[in-house]
Write a protein of this length. Structure first.
Length: 94
């Protein structure tokens, strides 16, 4: 009878320890999920910020080219022709 009580007590303690371990594991998984979500949100915000900056830089570059072509159209025409020739040459070689 004493053995049965010992076995029952050990089994009960093991069950309690297992439940505590399960709860700690659930908590750790929830925390990891929340941290992953936060990292994803920060990465998305940073990507949006970088996209905006790249878009602004592209707009400034386009404005600069527009202004240079307006002030010296012959140079703009020569550059456009050279780019067209280069693209044609590259595509013809393939």
């Amino acid at each position: 009878m004493a053995h049965e009580n010992d076995i029952g007590r050990v089994a009960s303690e093991a069950a309690k320890a297992s439940e505590a371990l399960i709860e700690r594991t659930k908590s750790a998984v929830r925390d990891a999920g929340a941290e992953t979500w936060d990292v994803g949100q920060r990465a998305a915000a940073q990507a949006r910020s970088m996209t905006d900056e790249i878009s602004n830089q592209g707009g400034r570059a386009l404005d600069s080219v527009r202004q240079q072509v307006s002030s010296d159209p012959l140079t703009g025409l020569l550059v456009a022709g050279a780019i067209g020739y280069l693209l044609g040459y590259i595509s013809h070689r393939r």
